[in-house]
Design a protein around this ligand. Sequence first.
Ligand code: SAM
Length: 663
Amino acid sequence: MSDFSRLRHCMVDAIARRGVKNARVLEAMRVVPRERFVSEAMAEFAYQDAPLPINEDQTISQPYIVAAMIEAAEVKATDIVLEVGAGSGYAAAVISRIAERVYSIERHETLARAAIKRLEDLEYGNAKIIIGDGTRGLSEHAPFDAIIVAAGAPVIPEALKEQLAIGGRLVIPVGDDQRQRLCKVIRRDATSYEMIELEAVMFVPLIGEHGWAEDGSRAASNHKVGASKKQSLPAMIAEAAENLPDFEDPGFGALFDRFADRRVILLGEASHGTAEFYRARAAITRHLVTRHGFTIIAVEADWPDAAAIDRFIRHRPSDQQQEPPFQRFPSWMWRNVEIRALTEWLHKHNSRIEEMEGRAGFYGLDIYNMSGSIGAVLDYLDRVDPEAARIARERYGCLTPWQKNPATYGRAALSRGYAECEKAVIEQCQMLLRQKLNYAGKDSDAFLDAVQNARLIASAERYYRIMYYGGSESWNLRDTHMFETLQHLLEAKGSHAKAIVWAHNSHIGDARFTDMGAARDELNIGQYCRQSFGDDAALIGFGTHSGTVAAADDWDGDMQVMRVNPSRSDSYERLFHDCGKVRFLLDLSPGKREPLRRLLSRPRLERFIGVIYRPQTELQSHYIQAILADQFDAYVWFDETQAVTPLGPEHHRGMPETYPFGE
Ligand code: SAM
């Protein structure tokens, strides 16, 4: 089996897991080579369950949605089908493997011609591509048993309804470009139709006589949507933007006072290697800690590593046994000069506070450092209960061969029965929780450390097992663990405790308003916080146009300082850049500046750079569709940014002995 065909089977399995049941649809998806419907450069991404760019600024639809729409249209072997929006021709090809005949209309001639060639090469003779405006349908071949529209319409075009056979099904995304819902229309008889609403979706607009006009207004009527013609969108942003002062200026943090009464404030970043994002979050954090009583700083780092910082800044006894924190790739995410400055500040700030509960602590939400957590649980038990430590060693022994390289655990778990590891790590976690009364009395912080490490091990065991299958489950498990850790922290610190979360925009911006949630079924800690805390959570995103970034070009690669491409002309970032202001806060709270919020609620591309940056394939590797005004409550902008500086030996001089970032 070739690599592509193996990937295709994995992709179709994932689509089936997401709920597509129709065997003929799944079978058709298994035979159509999606890599032939995208450019050569994009072929390696062909089996990610995601839309991909094609020419004319259009997309080949996400495989899951192609399958879900064909299933909803109940396409059968004897059916004559009409598709509107042929694009690459991929969906038409899939339909042709199921139906008697498929006609597919595309308005862009270049796309249509390329699609015709592909279908000819594949010898899919029962699929015919036609150049034209599909909102009018194709009366010469009507009636159709099924009509599938692959672009978002303002309303359901009457012409398409009329071209349905009695009993025929029309599946079409309907709504403005902020909110589309997949609708299914069934023609019951000559004059009556039944309509069923299906899932929320995001499609490019259906442009034509009975769709949208090119300029975004509704072609069918003269009703205009969107921008006031008086002012451009960048000009509206400039007017609403509040300039940010220097990072050291107390006014910087004070701009965020409007969120200070929230229980949780989540601060994002558009990359893991940008100095300004760290400095801004540090300035906001210092302000919230000193002025507003926030005592939890919970970050996208592993618990045992963050715990080393916490012991230092809260003047808790240091743990000599543990290896220095943040040694794993990508070490620059936390071993950098900005974090050093913040930890130093927190160390001093806390030294003036008598009660441990009043001191601001530093905690890790992430799940990667299974080995560090195993070491930490065993050290803890060695100290408080050596007999329990012996049992824990046996339980964790199951994972020992994989501790150094847990990513290989998933592969091994596939071929051997590793259910015993799962059972053992869960039992160990439960055992610790049962001992709360016995252990916590001695040192509640040390107990919390041990329990959170045991929870991390249980989550990581599962994560590394399911990570091997790809898909949304491992992402969701990770963000669920992050959110549960935040909840445990809030619970442990009492009902008045307030938390600041530092994590990437992809974690803290509400996933329901990006392709993560809409197209990939991924959720995140920002979404969880909104769903649990409502208005008591503030989600603040960060962004940049260009500059440099610290990143690697592959996992486990060396850190490099890379140039960030200027943002794309069709991105949110470009709107902020075009507004002409270099650093600002944009408050997106509902009820404020509604016209601007509405315009920032149209799906656009948004850039996500993690620890890996691949400028050559930036569009498919780093941009996703998002609805910014719903994703965040506020947005912080730095037009040009610099790479974060990793810590070197020169940065350790003069630090206290307990300082955890030493060599
Ligand atoms: N089904 C396609 C595939 O598998 O590649 C993807 C479709 S893409 C999401 C939507 C397509 O609809 C675009 O290629 C766009 O040009 C086309 N389109 C938009 N309005 C149209 C119209 N009125 N008639 C025909 N095609 C239209």
